[in-house]
Write a protein that binds this ligand. Sequence first.
Ligand code: ACO
Ligand code: ZN
Length: 443
Amino acid sequence: MSQGMKAGVIEGCRMPVQRDLEGQFEWHLAEVLSIRDVNNKFEYYVHYIDFNKRLDEWVAAERLDMSKIQFPKKDTKIGTKRSSDSVHNSPDREIVVQNGTAHPSKVTAAIKKMPKIGRKRKGPEMGPEEESQDSSDNAPRQTGSMTVHVKEDKISRIKNIHSIEVGKYRLKPWYFSPYPVELTTYPVVFLCEWCLKYVKSLTCLQRHLTKCQLKYPPGNEIYRKSNISFFEIDGRKNKSYAQNLCLLAKCFLDHKTLYYDTDPFLFYVMTEYDSKGCHLVGYFSKEKESTEDYNVACILTLPPHQRKGFGKLLIEFSYALSKIEGKTGTPEKPLSDLGLLSYRSYWTNAILDIVVNMKPENGQDRPQITINEICEKTSIKKEDVISTLQHLNLINYYKGQYIITLSDEVIDGHKRAMTKRKMRIDPKCLQWTPKDWSKRGKW
Ligand code: ACO
Ligand code: ZN
């Protein structure tokens, strides 16, 4: 650290840094978040300004352009202010969304949504293999003072796990996840793909696998069509699984608070079946009771399965549950950049599917539908229907009423998008009755 300072670079300063785009280097303005000494060579943890945090990385001094160094102004808290208030379309650019629209006050949102490190841990002398992961101690949600939050934030800004092996996949985390500190020193963390228990070595995993009985997630299978199943897991009854799932998910979720108290949540885990068992593909969590109509808290497709339509399948499933509940629902805000892309695409498909296929009734010259009817048919909350129609620029105010105008281009685009969507939820394959959690004394 002191040598890093001697060299002129301190935490919080900014300069152009070479970003490695698969062998091709590009200069981008970046902020130094941390400095470390690896075998007497300094490395700098940098955040590329205006880009998503998942691209943050450790770089060697050769990749910094010291001639253009900018020092932090006094009293500026390092890393809390990002100059990324503009909104770009690239998924790796920084976007934060509140109530369906890009929101400039992301700093406030980030402070509110900072991960809470509230989980009780055993002493540091215990290795991950020995550490009880079946913690039945009901870790309270911690509120903590701002000082504690700022301190935690400094740690949680830096990716801590190098890579994770789960089943046949090796995953590279995008963000910090509060696995036990000891695990951060290993090049690979191994996860049992069935119960998601984490261990420090392949030997530990092999030993665990001789004992682990699971071949599918520990919950009720409420949906099955072809090789896709959904399991409903109660965060209170299967605390260990739920916590392990949250730890894994946190590696790819930045905007969300990680709840160690999993009691108030249900987890809907989507799997793909083969002769070995039901393999985890993605999941979403949902509060048992939500006063804000949230039907999804966190949603994730594991990276090897991303961009194949599973995200929209998870989203479609969340609305299928809302439909059975007779409610409209909305995902918890803020949405991530990829979350917004997926939801926008899902909402567009679902809304256009209703309006494109409408026929005029009782001698009307054109079909009529209210926003509320669209909400009822799709289970999408009103504000999301309106924001989607506005985003698509389809809604116009004409002679005292709102009119949706569909061009041939929009209709054709919709038809093409629906042909592309091969995987769909079949409501006939969903066997589920909602529980009224408000009537239960305790979850
Ligand atoms: N770049 C550009 N477009 C993308 C990308 C990407 N990297 N990823 C997904 N999309 C688009 C797809 O093109 C698709 O749109 P289209 O059907 O109109 O072409 C749409 O987003 C959905 O794609 P899917 O393949 O169905 O979604 P996927 O399985 O990749 O999952 C998800 C989407 C869940 C958001 C995934 O990216 C993920 O897990 N990200 C990390 C965690 C996260 O950000 N979760 C959301 C947080 S918000 C919340 O939890 C409420
Ligand atoms: Zn296991």
